[in-house]
Design a protein around this ligand. Structure first.
Ligand code: FEO
Length: 401
């Protein structure tokens, strides 16, 4: 998107769509469909506010485009809902032009902005329930949302235009689009990105998500639009994404088993495939998916694990341990704080064969209930070994019932 885009009579999208973004959080999160950094300009009857900014590399472009939309001196307040660099990165460039303009944020937000930019700007600290009067009987109400997903996060509710919830990272998707609204993009691919976003960013904070969604629903506020800080704005069927958040935050699991493995000379892959055959033969209707951790996108694998009721992890034993790819992936799984999932372990080995036991410990540490001691194969699995793996898969399926 180049220029500002009109959302309502008095609200414009003034963010940046980043079609080129392929990795986010350094190298931690793949964003294969790009993303956007959504900023909003809200013109009330007597006050105009800017809600969030964009990532630093786009700061000059952002401020230049904002100047085309409004004389910056007419901005009465900057609302910083969350101050990770992708939203606060343009503050320095913006505040150079309007250094005395108040910045509304939480107490944690002020600390984070100061920690990032080392500037003594005009901070106005807000808490849940605080309002900013926009004139004409309308206001912006702040709702703290700590750990969704940073301690400084807050939402802002505008009571004009039928009610608009500015939700920052909440309900976001790393999804670049020239369209602004959810009803203007292919639903399946956008929802897949919404789930990937939740699994990779918000999953560790599920209890806070549940609390916050319930708190907002209990307010019985009219909400016509949910405007997140990434991806498209929710305009149609808002209940769908709200229901998904309630579902995703509560030990989410579809009827799927995800098998993740690494392999050096294909022995562990052959085991994975045999285990999958066994599960499929015994658990009709269960989706079984296999991923080589060294070859597949790690964040897509994490999303599949998040989506599953069970995860089976395999690695050959190498240097008395498990593989590099599995090690990295399992560290990420540990961080997701998954609930109520079951797991199992397997792997091939040549002499010492410690990996399977170690993988079991990793799964346990990640909060996944390991059903048994797993299965190992010495050297390359022969027909009997593969039959044993199939049988192991059937047994695992039985434990899913
Ligand atoms: Fe989109 Fe947590 O920043």
């Amino acid at each position: 998107m180049g220029m500002a885009k009109r959302i309502t009579e008095n609200i414009s999208w003034v963010g940046k769509t980043d079609w080129e973004l392929k990795m986010f959080h350094g190298n931690e999160l793949s964003t294969r469909r790009g993303s956007s950094y959504n900023a909003y300009l809200l013109r009330g009857a007597s006050k105009t506010v800017l809600i969030d900014t964009v990532w630093g590399p786009y700061d000059r472009e952002f401020v230049a485009r904002l100047k085309q939309e409004i004389d910056l001196g007419q901005i009465d307040a900057v609302i910083m809902q969350h101050n990770e660099s992708d939203h606060s990165g343009a503050l320095v460039e913006l505040m150079r032009a309007i250094p005395d303009t108040p910045i509304y944020c939480t107490a944690k937000g002020e600390a984070i902005i100061r920690g990032h930019y080392h500037q003594d700007w005009n901070f106005v600290k807000v808490k849940t329930g605080d309002k900013l009067d926009l004139g004409g009987g309308e206001s912006l109400t702040f709702i703290e949302a700590p750990m969704l997903h940073w301690p400084d996060t807050m939402f802002s509710y505008y009571d004009g235009c039928g009610g608009i919830l500015f939700s920052n990272d909440g309900f976001g998707q790393h999804y670049a689009s020239e369209s602004l609204f959810n009803d203007e993009v292919p639903e399946a691919e956008m929802m897949a990105e919404a789930e990937k976003y939740y699994a990779n960013i918000l999953a560790p904070f599920c209890p806070m998500v549940t609390r916050k969604v319930k708190e907002i629903l209990a307010m019985n506020l009219p909400i016509a639009l949910i405007c997140p800080s990434h991806g498209v704005i929710w305009r149609k069927d808002l209940e769908k994404i709200i229901e998904k958040y309630i579902l995703w935050a509560d030990a989410y699991a579809e009827n799927q088993v995800t098998i993740v493995y690494d392999t050096m000379w294909n022995s562990t892959r052959l085991m994975a495939e045999a285990i999958a055959r066994g599960i499929t033969s015994a658990a009709h209707g269960t989706a079984v998916k296999l991923f080589n951790a060294a070859k597949e996108d790690k964040n897509d694998i994490l999303t599949e694990i998040f989506h599953s009721r069970a995860v089976i992890v395999g690695s050959p034993t190498i240097n008395n341990g498990y593989s590099y790819a599995i090690a990295g992936l399992m560290e990420m799984v540990r961080g997701m704080k998954l609930k109520k999932k079951v797991g199992a372990v397997f792997g091939s080995y040549g002499w010492s064969g410690e990996a399977v036991k170690q993988l079991s410990a990793l799964l346990t540490e990640a909060g996944i209930t390991v059903v048994d001691e797993g299965i190992r194969t010495l050297w390359v699995p022969d027909e009997a070994a593969l039959a044993a793996c199939e049988e192991y898969g059937r047994g695992f399926a039985g434990k899913l019932q």
